[in-house]
Design a protein around this ligand. Structure first.
Ligand code: DX5
Ligand code: ZN
Length: 226
């Protein structure tokens, strides 16, 4: 369940899917060519919205979803839910630095539980926060919207942050994936990939369309231009 270095990974965010048929929605985007399911967990405390817990992640595994599941935890506190999502079949677990008092310990916990660990930086949080813990990371996720809702617009200065993050990762010689989340569309995907991202969370752009294969092909074509 791991991706090659340099592979362009598309992770549909099921936040924008039809919650009444989540299993079928995951099947459909994966059959249409998606690589991974992005699973947004919101607690109405760290962010002003409330979504899905570990039972839903487990239900998708039991239903038969075998692809990697990328669990994005927008919850505070976070440690107890790291344990629950590891048990529920998460592949990646990504956490925000503001949601734990002991970032190094929380990241180590994710790997100890057999999952891939990720740090998520909000638009206003500097890339520098990742430097010390880079060796603990499998993925660095840069938010390109303020977390909490799908369907927001990409914040342009995140392109500069992606370039900085790419330099930081390559300078350290580590195989940390560089993921971007929020406002990713066919129209801006080439620029985002050129800035250094290799993993693309895409919510409303995919699920607002009837033809998932069509939009995934358009996204792949845009990424191939980078
Ligand atoms: C926002 C979530 C995103 C969101 C992306 O807090 O983390 O994953 O669903 O949706 P779009 O692609 O619509 O911006
Ligand atoms: Zn997300």
């Amino acid at each position: 369940m791991s991706f090659n270095q340099g592979q362009m990974v598309i992770a549909p965010s099921i936040l924008s899917a039809n919650f009444a048929s989540l299993g079928a929605e995951c099947d459909a985007v994966l059959a249409a060519g998606a690589d991974m399911i992005h699973f947004d967990v919101m607690d109405n405390h760290y962010v002003p919205n409330l979504t899905m817990g570990p039972l839903v992640c487990k239900a998708l595994r039991d239903y038969g979803i075998a692809a990697p599941i990328d669990v994005h935890l927008m919850v505070d506190p976070v440690d107890a839910l790291i344990e629950k999502f590891a048990a529920a079949g998460a592949t990646y677990i990504t956490i925000h630095p503001e949601a734990t008092r002991h970032l190094d310990r929380s990241l180590a916990l994710i790997r100890d539980l057999g999952c891939k660990a990720g740090l998520v930086l909000n638009p206003g949080t500097p890339v520098e926060v990742a430097r010390q813990v880079l060796g603990r990371l499998d993925v660095l996720l840069l938010m390109s919207v303020n977390p909490g809702f799908g369907g927001q617009s990409f914040i342009p200065y995140v392109l500069d942050k992606l370039r900085d993050a790419r330099q930081l990762i390559d300078g350290a010689g580590l195989a940390v994936r560089l993921e971007v989340d929020g406002g990713v569309k066919v129209q801006n995907a080439t620029d985002i990939a050129r800035a250094g991202a290799d993993t693309f969370v895409v919510g409303s752009e995919i699920f607002s369309r009837v033809d998932y294969s069509g939009v995934l092909a358009e996204l792949r074509a845009a990424l191939a231009l980078a």
